[in-house]
Design a protein around this ligand. Structure first.
Ligand code: MG
Length: 374
């Protein structure tokens, strides 16, 4: 500022007109120059194959999308809510509207905004995840840097992803393995009375390492132990959520006797769950849609590492928008299961690329995602 401008400012202050100058400065510092425009869309994603888990089978998934626009920059987010956690897309869309007053505040203060969003409802984790990724997308785009860089990570540390094979008739599961030959490790959904047939069927078509997810499908600790120790001789690396989340004491019994590491998925939502469940598991499956976003996932990583736990990052059925947000965090993890965009037949976004099975992050600002659902 020129000396004469300071003089003018002094005269203006003397004339009692400093208030507009102050509010202009505050806007420049906070990026709060304009009102936040909020756009919401609920959309069905058609799946490439019927998606079979121990708790049901789906041919479509319904996700909710959000766009926050301010000062000429748009931040995008996606919620993939599921019934297991008593959430749905309409509820997520309603939460976006409820969050409008928070999003009118300083978007640079994204950590404070997250706390305010968290305080709005005890649940709606998927909707919170969508808003958190939209905030970080906005901040990254304003700074013209990718979110992975904003988090202090290196994109060369991005992981390979598994490809998940949902429960189906064994020949169909075998066909999926043949259709996706480039993956180094497959994740096999089990939790049925035919699990041995499933694993033997998969083993008939590939000798690659497997990770197994029972999605709470084994109902007693004895059944879980028998299945796990049988799988230990068949190239299975670890097992996710063998029993229902509420059987926490039985997990202690199982961990003592299991020949394979056991990872918590449904037993875990957010950081505050970790101290309670840590003694019963070898690893955790962290998902943005369970914990409420990138910022909470980073806090969980720090806490889990301090407790000596292994870590995988997982997903729901999501487009490349939410998968790109999760992929940006993979340098912090041991394993990634980020194939939700590959399971969907329709993907309106382009972001992280899956080259064979390697997640490849780009250098574009924010989440590095292009495309729209509006
Ligand atoms: Mg799982």
């Amino acid at each position: 500022m020129q000396r004469k401008d300071f003089l003018k400012l002094g005269l203006a202050a003397a004339a009692g007109s400093l208030v507009p100058f102050r509010s202009g400065l505050a806007q420049a510092l906070t990026g709060g120059g304009s009102k936040t425009k909020l756009s919401v869309k609920v959309m069905d994603l058609k799946l490439q194959y019927a998606w079979g888990l121990s708790r049901g089978t789906w041919t479509t998934r319904r996700n909710a999308f959000v766009k926050i626009e301010r000062d000429g920059v748009a931040g995008l987010g996606e919620a993939a809510p599921i019934a297991r956690y008593n959430e749905n897309a309409e509820g997520a869309a309603a939460f976006f509207e409820k969050a409008r007053p928070v999003l009118e505040r300083d978007l640079w203060g994204y950590a404070v905004r997250w706390n305010e969003l968290e305080a709005l409802a005890p649940t709606e984790h998927a909707a919170k995840a969508a808003l958190d990724m939209a905030l970080l997308d906005w901040v990254g785009k304003k700074l013209q840097i990718p979110v992975w860089k904003l988090l202090g990570l290196n994109k060369d540390g991005a992981l390979k992803t598994t490809y998940s094979i949902g429960i189906d008739e064994v020949p169909v599961m075998q066909e999926k393995i043949r259709a996706y030959p480039d993956f180094s490790v497959y994740k096999i959904k089990v939790g049925t009375k035919d699990d041995r047939k499933i694993i033997e069927g998969i083993r008939a078509v590939t000798s690659k390492p497997l990770r197994v997810d029972a999605n709470e499908g084994w109902k007693t600790k004895e059944e879980a132990l028998e299945n796990i120790n049988w799988m230990a001789g068949l190239g299975v690396e670890y097992v996710e959520q063998p029993m229902p989340a509420e059987m926490i004491q039985d997990f202690a019994w199982l961990k003592e006797r299991s020949k394979l590491p056991i990872y918590a998925d449904e037993s875990l939502m957010k950081a505050s769950d970790i101290p309670r469940i840590a003694p019963y598991f070898d690893g955790l499956n962290i998902k943005l849609m369970k914990c409420g976003g990138i910022q909470e996932a980073v806090r969980m990583v720090a806490m889990a590492r301090a407790l000596g736990l292994q870590l995988m990052i997982g997903c729901m059925v999501e487009t490349s928008l939410a998968i790109s947000a999760a992929a940006a965090l993979t340098p912090l993890f041991d394993h990634a299961d980020l194939d939700g965009n590959l399971l969907s037949a329709t993907d309106p976004f382009k972001g992280v690329k899956t080259v064979k099975d390697q997640l490849v992050l780009n250098d574009k600002p924010g989440l590095g995602v292009e495309g729209s659902v509006w």
